[in-house]
Design a protein around this ligand. Sequence first.
Ligand code: SAH
Ligand code: SF4
Length: 421
Amino acid sequence: MAAVALDIANDHSTARKPAADGARALAAGRSSLLGLTRAGLRDALVAIGVPERELKMRVTQLWHWIYSRGVTEFDAMTNIAKGLRTQLSAYYTLARPEVVTEQVSSDGTRKWLMRMAPTGPHDRGAEIECVYIPEVDRGTLCVSSQVGCTLNCTFCHTGTQRLVRNLTVAEIVAQVIVARDRLGDWPEAVPPAEGFVPTDGGRYVSNIVLMGMGEPLYNFDNVRDAMDVVSDGEGLSIGRRRITLSTSGVVPMIERAGDEIGSMLAISLHAVRDDLRNQLVPLNKKYPIAQLLDACRAYPGLSNAKRITFEYVMLKGVNDTPADARELVRLLKGIPAKINLIPFNPWPGTSYECSDWESIERFSDIVFRAGYASPVRTPRGRDILAACGQLKSETEKMRARARLMLEGEAAGRNLEENPAA
Ligand code: SAH
Ligand code: SF4
């Protein structure tokens, strides 16, 4: 790295010399520019000494190549002078998160396990799952906002994962880019032979749901900045009306989500009484149903054209009676809403079961007669455990166990004495 720095110093005027701080940081290794905001790209250019007067133009160029064209090498950026391209590749990469596994369901759904770049010497890279659901007229990418989730909803597999951290802006955006890479969803790229993609002439990744791992409103700033990048019309171009943020009900952040993210909103309701919702979605103890619905009524931009989706997971013998359905309709009165009934997706170790089909039909009839259309969500990708609430990175779990084992050994204990590990 030192030799490269020397070359650059020789090649360019002193204005191009990296600032001392920047050079020290950069010397630690090349980082990826993938997923950065415009401000992030600008900082990266400043750090390698690109003069102030060029910054705006250079950011626009990088933005175009990275987010509109999906290039993977600086050398493909033909309108950027060769010298700067060389300099960029000396300090940065356009590396994507590694795709550890790709599974394709019999219904065309794809699930990727992605490993993020390590954040330090002791990190082997966080792993998250990301799911692609193709339909004829759209392709929806289910994006994760955190590694794991701290909220422990009792019916959700993700909530049982021990290791939790927020994903960075770049890591959230990178999921969309990896999906476009794998699906051939860039100009001049071709779709994969197996599986299928939408045939309506639109982009293969046309919609985003923040319904992967994590609670997006617990990682607010990063999710907001990532959605700014993703929805930018000069780049990835997935409009805010095609982005749905799903929350378990972080009431104080809902208004800001409307103002600053401006996406469609989905609420994981799942119960119509506080005592039951306290069990299913423990966050309800902090923000009970009445408060949550007040926040929904006040959601900025709410209208009949921009309705809130209420998600309701159908759990056998728990929340699936006709009385529950009638109460649901009563509670939502006056809120421009859609209702999405989600058949419970089982996972290893859960004690919940999915409601039987008659109960789901009875429930859905009541909801339908109250004026809500086609509310049952067809489970997709069940054969590859890609459906809602089933995402959990197994390798991450094993790694946590290995780490705890090492710590246990270091402390002179063995794992048998510490079965929780
Ligand atoms: N944390 C956010 C977003 C991720 S979960 C939230 O809770 O809204 C996305 C959706 O899947 C939520 O509605 C969630 O309640 C639901 N879900 C979780 N586990 C599920 C399961 N096992 N079967 C069906 N839906 C589930
Ligand atoms: Fe977290 Fe959502 Fe799962 Fe609840 S349902 S544990 S909030 S990911």
